[in-house]
Design a protein around this ligand. Structure first.
Ligand code: GUN
Length: 229
């Protein structure tokens, strides 16, 4: 049996890694994308950088990229012109949006912690806490719903620590009876702040070949659809 029955696609999903052109989104989403100057994110969904603190601090991270192969394959834009791996911006903040056309943010991790604040919509987050060599060696899979209905236990602010793999997917809106409907018309909009600031150098997608070693075979079967193909 699937040990994580709640981690399943709630709506019909497009094949992984295809961010559809924005003009395939519903009109309300297109308006939001244009207003917030958002573009497709390589993790899935859409984003725009709202703020990058121009002040620099010494990098607290290793001088080598989080994933050498992914850094080598990064675009010039992702690498950011003039990027100096010995320093980081003090902080960055982005808008991030999941939509009916691009409803999944695939598993990845950053070196820094990310503070998330939900503006609208609902989603489920899945965070992998790798097994350690300490007292509790077992991997832990955390999953929670983000939304504005606090009485249901939904949360509007959450933090994902650096080094933890996270994935997220869009959930249906609630109707007037508090039941999940069939649509997620407005998408899920969050702000994410990373300190020190985001760099692709510190970013790593979870590769499919690593999933089973991380979470074991049974869970890997249930979580594979959240790995970027
Ligand atoms: N460029 C590509 N992805 C990101 C991200 O998640 N945050 C920021 N600030 N810039 C990015």
């Amino acid at each position: 049996p699937n040990p994580l029955p709640f981690i399943k696609p709630p709506i019909a999903l497009p094949p992984p890694s295809t961010s559809p052109p924005a003009h395939d989104e519903p009109p309300t989403i297109q308006t939001l994308l244009a207003r917030l100057h958002m573009r497709p994110h390589t993790e899935g969904g859409y984003f725009s950088e709202a703020h990058r603190d121009s002040r620099l601090v010494p990098s607290p991270y290793p001088a080598t990229p989080a994933s050498g192969s992914q850094w080598a394959a990064a675009t010039a834009e992702q690498k950011r012109e003039g990027f100096d791996p010995s320093v980081r911006n003090v902080s960055t903040t982005v808008f991030y949006l999941l939509t009916p056309g691009s409803p999944v943010g695939f598993f990845h991790r950053n070196r820094g912690a990310t503070v998330h604040t939900l503006h609208r919509g609902r989603g489920r987050y899945v965070v992998i806490h790798p097994g350690s060599r300490g007292r509790d060696r077992r991997v832990r899979i955390e999953s929670f719903v983000v939304g504005l209905d606090r009485a249901r236990g939904e949360t509007q602010r959450w933090v994902v620590e650096g080094g933890k793999y996270k994935a997220t997917f869009l959930l249906p809106d609630l109707d007037q009876n508090g039941e999940e409907g069939a649509t997620s018309g407005e998408g899920m909009l969050v702000s994410e702040t990373v300190m020190p600031g985001f760099e692709f150098f510190d970013h790593e997608f979870l590769e499919g070949t690593k999933l089973e070693g991380l979470v074991g075979r049974e869970w890997a079967g249930g979580l594979g659809w959240l790995v970027k193909g």
